[in-house]
Design a protein around this ligand. Structure first.
Ligand code: B16
Ligand code: MG
Length: 217
């Protein structure tokens, strides 16, 4: 039976994915090209450095190391201008109900995010103190689909990976959970996330019975 839960941040707890898209798209446009929302799917769950590498490839561009760093910093500044406007109204529908249930039942849960901005974002959402552990882009060296971020989280929750459930909106994140031998729950489009063990469009579709079932088996 499952004993602990791990939540991705962007696209699961909060829709910062839309802000990442806007900020990356501005960067591409400023460099003279564009990319599609479909291509953007491949950036979800992927680290900042890796995201920029992919985007530059789409635009057939190469940047010097200095310029690469400068573009990344500008993207983050632009992204944070959106983040700074956020408050707890931005917590995605249905998420709080699940977190409150886990808290009430004393079931441990962690954050497992690729984002280096995860801690300040959780603070803005007033969720920082709710998590038993937080593992983010500042704690890992390998990006999803490497399972490192989730394995560290499982370890911090003192729970073996096969007893952990991971909620993820990205293909890379679902793969990371699967490779890490955890139960994966995809949040989003079932065609995109077809590798997940369970798939829901969003958290409003997740009933407490589903969580109780995972705890039983
Ligand atoms: P940052 P997650 C990921 O967060 C995002 O999905 C991805 O689009 C972003 O590039 C990555 O964090 C790094 O974010 O630039 O804030 O360090 O989905 O793993 O919570
Ligand atoms: Mg995500």
């Amino acid at each position: 039976n499952h004993k602990a839960f791990i939540f991705d941040l962007d696209g699961v707890i909060v829709d910062t994915a839309k802000f990442h898209f806007l900020a990356w798209r501005k960067l591409a446009n400023d460099l003279g090209f564009d990319f599609t929302e479909e291509q953007n799917e491949q950036l979800k769950g992927v680290s900042r450095v890796e995201s920029l590498k992919r985007i530059l490839k789409w635009g057939n561009m190469e940047l010097s190391e200095d310029e690469f760093q400068r573009q990344m910093a500008m993207k983050n500044e632009n992204y944070l201008s959106y983040v700074n406007e956020m408050d707890d109204n931005e917590i995605l529908p249905g998420v709080r109900k699940v977190l409150d249930y886990l808290t009430e039942k004393n079931i441990p849960f962690a954050l497992g995010s690729a984002s280096k901005n995860a801690r300040p974002i959780l603070k803005k959402l007033n969720l920082y103190d709710k998590f038993d552990a937080i593992v983010d882009g500042t704690d890992v060296s390998k990006a999803k689909p490497d399972p490192e971020v989730f394995l560290i989280a499982a370890n911090k929750l003192n729970t073996p990976p096969h007893q952990c459930v991971v909620f993820e909106d990205s293909v890379a994140g679902v793969q990371a959970a699967n490779i890490g031998n955890m139960t994966s729950v995809g949040i989003g489009d079932s065609d995109v996330l077809n590798e997940a063990d369970h798939i829901f469009t969003d958290f409003t579709e997740i009933k407490i019975e589903f969580i109780e079932n995972l705890l039983r088996k």
